[in-house]
Design a protein around this ligand. Structure first.
Ligand code: PGA
Length: 249
């Protein structure tokens, strides 16, 4: 059985005092679903968040990392550094990293390797832009992103890979892919995995949907058979909204 996961990506929001407030609000919520819950605060809040949530069932994860072990990479953070503050999962390939920080599929393949070398779990994000969807190229774009960053891996590596399909046109825009659009793409992604790695791997990998998931649309999206959870941006900044989404499973 694959895992259900709801992960909150805080992006560049919440300084340390704001992190404390949001975490204390998250702790007041109750969970009625069997989803794994994760939050991804910014680097400066990671250690605090990890400590504050140590006894909880909320995993604290990172939004990004560098591929190198260490060295002259001013401003960057390595897998070993993340692990030293308790972090075992990292988001890679978010469309904002691709768009604003020029992260390419080739660079992301290196980051994926570095995370897996450190036995970290990767939430690997990808998704098409509006122009790709309009021109009918969306499946091809997504397939290329997955192949270039992940298909050099051995099948066993997929035990530590979670996929997150996030159509760029739906992120932070209030426009969500319809549940049918999400299901179609997730089924396509699974078929792409079947072709390369076979049914066992394809059926064991969780595929999350991200892009304007809110309490009022989460249930319908999550009800689709190939949607195994969500990567939540804006709605993860409010504890009640976030848990309404977690409990939509
Ligand atoms: P959003 O962000 O929920 O605010 O659209 C999703 C994401 O970027 O992961």
């Amino acid at each position: 059985m694959r895992k259900y996961i709801v992960a909150g990506n805080w992006k560049m929001n919440n300084d340390l005092p704001q992190t404390e407030v949001l975490i204390s609000n998250l702790k007041k919520q109750t969970q009625n679903s069997n989803a794994e819950v994760m939050i991804a605060p910014t680097y400066t809040s990671l250690w605090h968040a990890f400590e504050a949530l140590r006894q909880s069932n909320v995993e604290v994860i990172a939004q990004n990392m560098h591929f190198a072990e260490n060295g002259a990479y001013t401003g960057e953070v390595s897998a070993a550094m993340l692990k030293s503050v308790g972090i075992k999962t990292v988001i890679l390939g978010h469309s904002e990293r691709r768009a604003y920080f020029n992260e390419t599929d080739e660079l992301l393949a290196k980051k994926v390797n570095a995370a897996l070398d450190h036995n970290m779990r990767v939430i690997f994000c990808f998704g098409e832009e509006l122009a790709d969807r309009k021109s009918g190229n969306h499946q091809q774009v997504v397939e290329t992103q997955i192949i270039k960053a992940l298909f050099h891996l051995e099948a066993a590596a997929f035990g530590n890979i979670v996929l997150a399909y996030e159509p760029v046109w739906a992120i932070g825009t209030g426009e969500t892919a319809s549940p049918e659009q999400a299901q179609d793409m997730h089924a396509f992604i699974r078929k792409t995995l079947v072709r390369k790695y076979g049914n066992d791997v394809a059926n064991s990998v969780s595929i999350l949907y991200g892009g304007s998931v809110k309490p009022n649309n989460a249930k319908e999206i999550f009800s689709k058979p190939d949607v195994d959870g969500g990567l939540i941006g804006g709605a993860a900044l409010n504890a009640e909204d976030f848990y309404a989404i977690v409990n939509a499973f």
